[in-house]
Design a protein around this ligand. Structure first.
Ligand SMILES: Nc1ncnc2c1ncn2[C@@H]1O[C@H](COP(=O)(O)OP(=O)(O)O)[C@@H](O)[C@H]1O
Ligand SMILES: CC(=O)OP(=O)(O)O
Ligand SMILES: [Mg+2]
Length: 405
C-alpha cells in the first residue's frame, strides 16, 4: 500500500487529493481517496472546499483562504496538508496533471529537466493549463525535494486515434510543418470512465465500446472502440469541440478574422474572447456555473443551457456513428454526473439508437448509476469521474514498468 499526493489544475480550479493505492491494483477505481479538496476562484478570498472522500462531490467543509494564483494555491495546499498530518515521508510520490503532452508522451513520466522543457514548449497550445502545471511542479521541487514527482498527460489516452480522425482537412504540408493535428484532452477522465465501466460490467476492456462525456468547465466527448479512443472532440488545443463554461468550442473559423476586422481587435484579444468570455458564460452572462444557471429563470440562462445540451447531443450522435455498436453513453464530470436536465436533453435525441431514459433513475444525483431502463438497448450511465485516482494509478503502473524493464 502506498499514498500519493496528486494535483489537478483545471481552467478554473486546483484540485488536490491524497490517494491510497493498493499493491497490485488493475483499475484506478480500486484505490481510495484519503483527502480530497479544491481551491477555486483564486484571489485574496479564494474558496477552499474539502469533500467527503467516500461520497463523490459531497462538501464536508468550506472556508475562504488567501490564494491569489496557482503557485500560492499550491503553497497553501501543502501547508494545509501538513496541518492534516500528511507528512512528506508518508508519500510514495507526487503527481501533477499536465494537459498537453504532444505526441511524445504516452503515459505517466517521472519529472526531469527534459520533461519540464517539453511541457513549457507546449504552453502555446494549452495556455490555460500547461503553465499552471509548471508552477505546481516548481513549488513541489522546492517544498518536497525528496519525494519523486511524476506527471500524467491528458493527451496520452488519445494517441490511438486513427489518422482520418486526428488529421485536419487542411493543406497537408502546412499542417505537418507545424505539427498541426488533433491531440484531444481529458484523457485521464475518458480512460477512467471506460475502465470503470468495464470493471463494473465485468467485461475485458477489449470488449467495451462506449461514448464518454467529460462535462465540467472544460467539456469533451470521446468515441471509444474496444477500450481505445478513436475520436474526441477537443483538438490541437482544448478550445475545439463542445460548448463549454467560458469557451466557445467549435465555430466557423472565419468568425475569427471577421471579428478582428469588425471589432478592430488583435488575434490575442479575439482568442481571449473565445476562451474566457464565450460558452455558457458568454450566452447567459454573469456565470458559467450550471448549478446557478439552472436556478435562474431568465431567457439568456435558459438559452445557454439549451444550446449546451443540444451541442452535447449532436456530439453523442456523431460518436455513436463513429463507434458503430456502442454499449453505453457515460455521463461524467460535474455536469454529466449531477445534472438530470442535461442527461434528459441529450437522451431525448437518442431514442432512435434504442436509448430509453428512466426518468426516476435519471433524477438520482448520487454516485455511479445506470439511468436508462432495464430494457434499453443502449445504456446511459451517470459516472463520477476520478481523475485523481486515475493519475495515481497511471503513475504506479509506470513505476512498476520501469522496475520490470
Ligand atoms: N456538484 C457539482 N460540483 C461541481 N461542479 C458541478 C456540479 N454540478 C455541476 N457542476 C458544473 O461543473 C463546473 C465545475 O467544473 P470544475 O470541476 O471546476 O472544472 P475544471 O476542472 O474545468 O476547472 C461548474 O462550473 C458547474 O457548471
Ligand atoms: C483540457 C481542459 O480543458 O481541462 P479542464 O476541463 O480541467 O479545464
Ligand atoms: Mg477538470
Amino acid at each position: 500500500m502506498a499514498d500519493a499526493l496528486v494535483f489537478n489544475p483545471g481552467s478554473n480550479s486546483l484540485k488536490f487529493e491524497v490517494v491510497r493505492l493498493t499493491d497490485n491494483q488493475r483499475f484506478a477505481g480500486e484505490a481510495t481517496k484519503r483527502i480530497t479538496a479544491a481551491i477555486e476562484e483564486f484571489g485574496d478570498e479564494a474558496t477552499l472546499s474539502v469533500f467527503d472522500p467516500s461520497r463523490p462531490r459531497q462538501l464536508a467543509h468550506s472556508e475562504k483562504v488567501k490564494a491569489p494564483d496557482m503557485k500560492a494555491a499550491t503553497d497553501f495546499a501543502l501547508r494545509w496538508l501538513k496541518d492534516q498530518k500528511v507528512s512528506a515521508d508518508s508519500l510514495a510520490f507526487t503527481a501533477v496533471r499536465v494537459v498537453h503532452g504532444g505526441v511524445k508522451y504516452d503515459g505517466a513520466t517521472r519529472v526531469t529537466d527534459e520533461v519540464l522543457h517539453d511541457i513549457e514548449a507546449l504552453e502555446e497550445l494549452a495556455p490555460l493549463h500547461n503553465e499552471s502545471s509548471l508552477q505546481i511542479l516548481g513549488v513541489l521541487a522546492q517544498r518536497l525535494p525528496d519525494t519523486p514527482a511524476y506527471v500524467t498527460f491528458d493527451t496520452a489516452f488519445h494517441r490511438t486515434l486513427p489518422e482520418e480522425a486526428w488529421r485536419y482537412p487542411i493543406e497537408r504540408e502546412a499542417a505537418d510543418r507545424h505539427g498541426i493535428r488533433k491531440f484531444g484532452f481529458h484523457g485521464l477522465s475518458h480512460r477512467f470512465m471506460v475502465e470503470q465501466y468495464a470493471r463494473t460490467v465485468g467485461k475485458p476492456l477489449g470488449e467495451v465500446s462506449v461514448v464518454t462525456l467529460h462535462l465540467e468547465s472544460g467539456c469533451s466527448a470521446s468515441a471509444i472502440v474496444k477500450g481505445r479512443s478513436v475520436d474526441t472532440t477537443m483538438g490541437l488545443t482544448p478550445l475545439e469541440g463542445l460548448m463549454m463554461g467560458s469557451r466557445s468550442g467549435s465555430i466557423d473559423p472565419a468568425i475569427i478574422p471577421y471579428l478582428m476586422h469588425k471589432e478592430k481587435q488583435t488575434v490575442e484579444e479575439v482568442m481571449k474572447l473565445l476562451n474566457k468570455r464565450s460558452g455558457m458564460l458568454g450566452i447567459a452572462g454573469g456565470t458559467l456555473d450550471t448549478r446557478v444557471l439552472e436556478k435562474r429563470d431568465d431567457e439568456a440562462a435558459r438559452l445557454a443551457l439549451r444550446m449546451f445540451s443540444y451541442r452535447v447531443r449532436l456530439a453523442v450522435g456523431a460518436y455513436l456513428a463513429a463507434v458503430g455498436d456502442a454499449q453505453a453513453v457515460l455521463f461524467g464530470g460535474g455536469i454529466g454526473e449531477d445534472s438530470p436536465w442535461l442527461r434528459a436533453g441529450v437522451c431525448e435525441g437518442l431514442r432512435g439508437w434504442g436509448l430509453e431514459l428512466d426518468p426516476a433513475l435519471n433524477r438520482s444525483t448520487e454516485g455511479q448509476v445506470v439511468v436508462s431502463t432495464p430494457a434499453s438497448r443502449l445504456q446511459a450511465w451517470a459516472m463520477p469521474v476520478e481523475e485523481g485516482l486515475q493519475m495515481a494509478h497511471e503513475c504506479q503502473l509506470s513505476i512498476k514498468n520501469a522496475g520490470n524493464s
